[in-house]
Design a protein around this ligand. Structure first.
Ligand code: SF4
Ligand code: SF4
Length: 355
């Protein structure tokens, strides 16, 4: 697996132009160069040159990055800040026992016990059989909510759904710098996918989709047992021309997760669902400001970012804000102040579909 020192060339390719400041949601709130890519890369250069030592303060600045990739899309050097920040954090992780203990508890009590406990309420349902088969990777969201909405929608497209008991995609551990746990989740995914004998994977979470694609393209390409494809459910729905009909008129808006790469398919679905009144909110694609559990401790900064999002949601007059990432869904819920309901898009369509 790539390490922090392998990023030397990319870190040195930052020209310090500062264009990332104009798009970084954290910089817009803090005005502090240490919280944006340019500042990160200056600190990381210092670490590589031996002029600085990895410290709690540097780790905190790295932690403030929301991994939204807004700067990468805008950066003239095209530097992938998300991977570099995670690999730099892994240096801090390796040196601090407390980080390992925190990760252990997170894994055991939140992502294992907690998710399994929530999942006791919603059991998986059996899919109808069709020639075309896909494997459903639900991630933590799927393990808590069950697969019934995915099965219902994909069966309507003439697709059978196989639902193994996958674990987390590992992204929450990757961004903490816990590369060992990330690799274990990746290996668990490969082993369980191999058992199914199916090579097409579907997910409804943008962050899981990004993680599974990164296993194949970057982190696990040398250990993956065979080639597989990953698509999100909205690609299948559009390909199959599925135009759902809701049982009553509902007004919604949509928050685009930073990790989502096919908003066109989502927009097609929102505009082609009968009885759904969709209003695109201003800055529908700006980060929600959450980025996982580690961000709870940065509540003050993140709540400022989220206040802007909440105002944009309220301005649409929609009763529901839909999204496609468990992290965004949690953030939108926490900061909603009861002004609107937050739902996963696939689940919302399946639940409100005409019988
Ligand atoms: S936009 Fe890219 S090259 Fe310019 S300062 Fe930011 S990270 Fe460096
Ligand atoms: S990934 Fe997002 S939060 Fe992180 S530095 Fe880039 S723009 Fe800022």
């Amino acid at each position: 697996m790539k390490t922090f020192t392998d990023c030397k060339e990319e870190i040195h390719s930052c020209s310090k132009c500062g264009l990332c400041q104009s798009v970084c949601p954290v910089y817009k709130v803090t005005g502090n160069d240490c919280t944006v890519s340019r500042g990160h890369f200056i600190m990381l250069r210092g670490l590589l040159n031996g002029e600085l030592k990895m410290s709690k303060i540097i780790n905190r600045y790295l932690d403030l990055c929301l991994k939204c990739s807004a700067c990468t899309k805008f950066c003239p050097s095209g530097i992938d800040v998300v991977d570099i920040v995670a690999l730099a954090k892994s240096e801090y992780f390796k040196l601090h026992k407390i980080e390992k203990i925190k990760s252990f508890f997170l894994r055991k009590f939140v992502f294992d016990f907690g998710v399994r406990f929530c999942g006791l309420i919603h059991k998986n349902v059996k899919s109808k059989a069709f020639d075309k088969k896909v494997v459903y990777f639900g991630g933590c969201s799927g393990r808590m909510q069950g697969n019934s909405h995915i099965v219902k929608l994909l069966n309507s497209c003439g697709i059978e759904v196989v639902s193994p008991d996958f674990e987390c995609c590992g992204i929450p551990f990757f961004v903490r710098g816990d590369m060992k746990s990330f690799q274990q989740y990746m290996e668990s995914f490969f082993a369980k996918l191999k058992e199914t004998g199916v090579t097409d994977v579907v997910t409804s979470c943008a962050s899981c989709e990004k993680a599974l694609k990164s296993y194949s393209e970057k982190w696990g390409k040398d250990i993956k047992p065979f080639d597989y494809t990953v698509k999100n459910i909205y690609e299948y729905m559009r390909e199959n021309g599925l135009k759902p009909r809701l049982n009553r008129k509902l007004k919604v808006t949509y928050h685009k997760p930073c990790n989502l790469n096919n908003y066109d398919d989502i927009k097609w679905l929102l505009n082609n669902t009968y009885n759904l009144e969709y209003t695109e909110m201003q800055n529908y694609d700006s980060c929600c400001g959450f980025n996982g559990i580690s961000k709870i401790k940065e509540y003050k900064i993140n709540s400022k970012i989220f206040t802007l999002k909440r105002e944009n949601i309220i301005a649409t007059g929609a009763k529901y804000v839909l999204t496609s990432c468990l992290g965004c869904e949690s953030a939108l819920n926490i900061f909603s102040l009861g002004k609107y309901k937050v739902e996963d898009l696939a689940k919302f369509i399946a639940v409100h579909q005409d019988k």
